[in-house]
Write a protein that binds this ligand. Structure first.
Ligand code: 5MM
Length: 331
């Protein structure tokens, strides 16, 4: 049995990142349908199989996050988790059940999924999962996120993380400040810092071992409706300031892409590698990795290889960005 620390180290292997392919059934079906593909269980399976079996994917991807449906499906004739192990990729599982309207906090959400979590984690581990993911969602407006939303989501993230480690699964802790809105980069920094402080306190109270955990934060960028595009060097500098409060023993940080165009997410990831940090910084991108693949494939069997080539291209670019750190450390 591998320890959480060992698995976390494998996830954060130099030059590699994580592929987030854990869209829930509703999200995945909508994305398929927008690409002209019927949103059936079999089409969702085929699409995830296309991603996972991309030639040489393990050269740049240490783990793939799946959702419950995919973990119970087959890839190349084998159960998905087994297939990923054979490919040299760690299988992960999204275990939250989504961000739901939070009673008492109009317009804000709390991520649910704690009920029965321990039993589900045991089952996921038996199916071959090695790590898990839970995403809390915060939107920036003039009045949000409130202290209440920050508190309840931090508590849930910590309870999830502690339960994962008891089940032998590495928790990916994802507090996502979404890009929706026209806020400034500085406001994103203030909000993200406040959220992270609360998450750290909650994790500490439940004795979560940071060396067996991966943080999945947003990069510190301006809101999507703000026309001022922050340059990569400034994204890196401010993101680094927000993250510096995390203790040195954290296993690593794997950024989400948050709806940034793929090239921008990669440029920011590359700029981040110039920071001197005690923990490795890599990617755990969803859309910034898979959107080009979905659009190249569009469910057309004759375009299957084109879809895989598009994914391979994004993985190569992001793995190259991450490898910059090793190269810079040598100089
Ligand atoms: C892949 O999308 C994940 C969950 O989707 P649902 O909302 O359908 O549950 C999501 O948690 C994802 O892992 C992260 O947001 C990172 O993805 P992006 O696209 O932001 O890099």
């Amino acid at each position: 049995m591998h320890t959480c620390r060992e698995i976390a180290t494998q996830l954060m292997a130099p030059g590699k990142g994580i592929l987030a392919a854990d869209e829930s059934i509703g999200t995945m079906s909508t994305r398929l349908e927008n690409a002209g593909v019927e949103g059936t269980a079999e089409n969702r399976r085929v699409y995830r199989e296309l991603l996972a079996t991309t030639p040489d994917l393990a050269d740049g991807v240490s783990g793939i996050i799946l959702c419950d449906e995919t973990l119970n499906q087959h890839c190349g004739g084998a159960p998905f988790a087994q297939a990923l192990h054979t490919l040299g990729i760690l299988p992960g599982i999204k275990v939250d059940t989504g961000a739901k309207a939070c009673p008492g906090l109009p317009g804000e959400t709390v991520t649910e999924g704690l009920d029965g979590l321990a039993a589900r984690l045991t089952r996921y581990a038996e199916l071959g999962a090695r790590f898990a993911k839970w995403r809390a969602v915060y939107a920036i407006t003039d009045s949000t996120p409130t202290a209440g939303a920050i508190a309840v989501n931090a508590s849930a993230l910590a309870r999830y993380a502690a339960a994962c480690q008891e089940a032998g699964l590495v928790p990916i802790v994802e507090p996502e400040v979404v890009m929706t809105g026209n806020h400034s980069q500085i406001r994103c920094a203030e909000v993200t810092a406040a959220i992270h402080a609360e998450v750290r306190t909650a994790l500490e109270l439940l004795n979560v071992d940071l060396a067996g955990m991966v943080l999945k934060p947003n990069m510190i960028v301006e809101g999507a409706d703000n026309p001022d595009r922050t340059a990569p060097a400034d994204v890196a500098a401010v993101t680094g300031k927000v993250l510096q409060a995390w203790p040195d023993d954290l296993a690593g940080i794997a950024f989400l892409s948050g709806g940034q165009p793929p090239d921008r997410a990669t440029a920011n990831l590359a700029a981040l590698q110039h920071l001197r940090t005690p923990w490795p910084l890599t990617f755990s991108f969803g859309r910034a990795l898979v959107t080009p693949a979905l659009l190249a494939w569009r469910g057309d069997t004759t375009r299957y290889a084109a879809g895989q080539t598009a994914l391979a291209e994004r993985v190569r670019a992001n793995a190259a960005a991450v490898r910059l750190r090793t190269e810079l450390q040598r100089t």
